[in-house]
Write a protein that binds this ligand. Structure first.
Ligand code: ADP
Ligand code: MG
Length: 701
């Protein structure tokens, strides 16, 4: 262990078994430091230290005692391993039962003194401990007042796990290497720590993994959360300062043109759209780069707002780059923009991974990431619009505008994640915000219903009638959960997941096309289909399928949830979501937004799995009228930790619990401003600077 340091890669640490290295890597743990910064997602409260005599069924307790005997056997019917131990603590005997952990007999032997934590259950032979956490303890620890151990007693950290590594393993590893934290210097300046009452990194690391009590755990979490929020704020402030050094084209606010554009539209803009257009065109009329987020629910009409700004830029001879997250969406934007800007003589280009040639001589270019990667050769880029991507640094902007030194294009990002202002502030730092908080008036509310198993036939009949009247339907199939505890991360598992998803969607397709709707045209869309063209075996591509759906050749489209269904199908009036309880609220809301784009009454049917629960969450989807309302309900039901789609934004987990804590957010902002005011370049805080460079979580890579 002599030359092992905190930054030593885990492969070079003999004490870490080779077998678990891939699992650690899947968790993003590459060094000992990463291991120490792998934080628990919650704690199990095992602080209720009891004697056998006083146990009651249902409570979670810790008991300590001598092992009288341990045995392994197989259960007769289910062919599982059952390990049974009898513990005596001087007040009586209690049984502990474990399923499928036969190796346990190697760790716990009769005569050992152990500490066990878990739930007290009532069985045939009386009270017993159900699958308790366990550890051996020394005689000296036995019957001390504190119940604190590594795996039992006190508060025990539970980690987000992955295949092949349990919380128990992680606790063990972290405990073994915790002393290496001495090598870390604290990136938080001591004055900031003092003023805002934050513990130092040394204490905080100890307490986040092995807290003696809730206050310690909470204090540690607050420190790291504060720290991460501070990094976000500082990065944003620095970025803003950096942006200020650049100039940008001042695009004159051509009011007559703007009026002409608005009047040319086949609909009236909503007040929110007018307000947002106004905010944007004012911003881009200044010779400083705009940095603005346009936020609005699905269907709130963000595209036309972006188009208005684009038109002004193009009119002055500037190029506009419009980036979409997928090829299908890029094409949709392409045809929308083409339609609404054509009367103004604007030609639109398209540049995606597979479409490269439509770029010549156009001022407005729509595309995917290929816009950056394929070097679109902009000469005079005035405005960059990015749909559904959350961050776009100075770097990327500069990359797009290679030729214009000292000048940057204006930037508008668009997002359908409804997020209240305080949250936006936390997540985005100092980005300017325009909000579309109202849907176009012609929009009818989408009728959302939870469909129980008894109502399936009736609903299919309703869908059939809807289709006969000229409507179309989406059927979304659930993602498959692989393994026990939630979704696994990592490339291999994602591949497995894709295969499993494809399988369900194929089965659903077969059922619907052959049994339920043999008289209708049912189509299928999944991630294993080629993006473009048709395959030799006659299989269709995603593009072809979407085209047929759009043209009305397909009545019902069965699709996986991972496939982008963001395409505008005005005739689609019915959305069916199978296994609805398995989706997050944000996702359900996004799916629902795929219908109701036309003038007809639309429906969203939520089908829970057969034994799935009709959860509060599903009811919230039925009740909430828009994304903002739903976001608030989500907060209420699940607590801030799981907030609506926030995880996608790249917010560090430790921040999640505080993300809607307006007081803390304000306090962090004050701290950030204090630091920047005192030392704008932060060169007096080298550790802080290093940390800012290290964590680029919010930047698009
Ligand atoms: P999103 O905000 O989800 O990107 P879009 O820009 O795709 O929304 O707009 C959704 C649909 O609403 C489009 O078909 C668009 O033409 C239409 N639309 C946009 N604004 C209005 C409006 N003010 N009145 C009526 N329809 C509108
Ligand atoms: Mg959109």
């Amino acid at each position: 262990m002599a030359d092992i340091r905190i930054h030593t890669p885990i492969e070079q640490v003999p004490a870490i078994r080779k077998r678990i290295i891939p699992s650690l890597k899947r968790l993003g743990i590459k060094t000992i430091r990463d291991l120490l910064f792998h934080f628990p997602s919650r704690y199990e409260d095992f602080s209720n230290l009891k004697t056998v005599q006083t146990l009651e069924a249902g409570e979670t307790v810790t008991i300590q005692g001598y092992v009288k005997r341990v045995t392994n056997r197989r259960t007769p019917r289910k062919r599982m391993f059952l390990t049974e131990a009898v513990i005596n603590d001087g007040t009586g005997n209690i049984k502990a039962l474990w399923f499928n952990q036969p190796f346990l007999v190697r760790n716990i032997k009769s005569g050992n003194i152990v500490s066990l934590s878990g739930k007290v259950a009532w069985g045939q032979g009386g009270l017993y401990l159900q699958n308790p956490a366990y550890e051996r303890i020394h005689n000296s620890e036995f019957k001390t007042t504190s119940s604190q151990g590594t795996h039992t007693g006190g508060l025990v950290a539970m980690y987000p796990e992955t295949e092949g590594i349990s919380s128990r393993w992680l606790r063990y590893l972290i405990k073994s290497f915790l002393s290496f934290r001495k090598e870390l210097a604290d990136p938080l300046p001591s004055e900031t720590r003092k003023r805002h009452m934050l513990s130092d990194i040394y204490t905080a690391l100890q307490n986040i993994h092995f807290p003696q009590n809730t206050q310690e755990a909470e204090g540690a979490r607050r420190r790291f959360s504060f720290e991460q929020m501070l990094f976000i704020q500082l990065r944003a402030l620095k970025e803003r300062m950096r942006l200020k050094k650049f100039s940008a084209p001042a695009i004159s606010l051509n009011l007559p043109l703007l009026k002409k554009f608005v009047n040319s539209l086949p609909y009236e803009l909503t007040d929110a759209q007018r307000r947002s257009v106004w905010e944007i065109v004012q911003d881009i009329s200044k010779p400083r780069p705009m940095n603005r987020l346009l936020e609005g629910d699905v269907g709130s009409g963000k595209t036309v707002v972006a188009a208005a700004a684009s038109l002004l830029a193009i009119q002055e001879g500037y190029e506009v780059a419009f980036m979409a997250p997928t090829e299908i969406l890029a094409k949709q934007h392409y045809s929308t923009l083409e339609k609404i800007l054509h009367p103004f003589g604007v030609r639109v280009g398209l540049l995606t991974g597979s479409e490269k040639n439509k770029r010549s001589n156009t001022l407005l270019c729509v595309g995917t990431h290929a816009l950056i990667q394929k070097n679109a050769h902009f000469k005079n880029l005035g405005l960059v619009i990015v749909d559904e991507q959350h961050r776009f640094g100075v770097e990327q902007r500069a990359q797009l505008a290679k030729n214009s030194s000292g000048s940057l294009p204006h930037f508008l990002s668009m997002s359908a994640t409804p997020i209240p202002r305080t949250l936006a502030l936390t997540v985005y730092g100092d980005l300017d915000l325009s909000i579309l908080d109202e849907l176009p008036k012609n929009r009818r509310e989408i009728i959302t219903k939870i469909i129980g198993p008894g109502k399936r036939e009736e609903t299919y009949q309703f869908i059939r009638e809807g289709v006969k009247r000229g409507g179309q339907a989406f059927v979304i199939c659930p993602r498959i959960e692989v393994g026990g505890q939630g979704l696994k991360i990592g490339k291999i598992s994602q591949q497995k997941l894709l295969l499993a998803d494809t399988k369900t969607v194929k089965e659903e397709y077969k059922k619907l096309s052959e049994k339920i709707f043999p008289d209708l045209n049912v189509g299928i869309l999944h991630g294993k289909m080629p993006a473009k063209g048709g395959s030799a075996s006659g299989g269709k591509s995603k593009e072809q399928t979407m085209k047929e759906f759009k043209e009305g050749k397909i009545d019902i489209l069965v699709s996986t949830s991972v496939v982008e269904v963001g395409v505008d199908i005005p005739n689609a009036t019915i959305m069916v979501i199978e296994g609805a309880e398995k989706f997050g609220l944000a996702q359900l809301h996004q799916f629902r937004g795929r219908v109701g784009r036309g003038e007809h009454q639309s429906y969203c049917f939520l089908f829970p799995t057969e034994n799935g629960l009709v959860t509060k969450r599903l009811r919230a989807v039925v009740e909430a009228k828009n994304g903002f309302e739903l976001a608030e309900k989500d907060l209420e039901i699940r607590g801030p930790g799981d907030l609506f789609g926030i995880r996608q934004w790249g917010v560090p987990d430790v921040v999640l619990a505080d993300i809607n804590n307006a007081r803390l957010v304000r306090e962090v902002r004050v701290a950030a401003l204090e630091l920047i005011k005192k030392d704008p370049s932060l060169t007096g805080y080298p550790l802080l600077l290093e940390e800012l460079k290290r964590s680029h979580t919010l930047h698009l890579e």
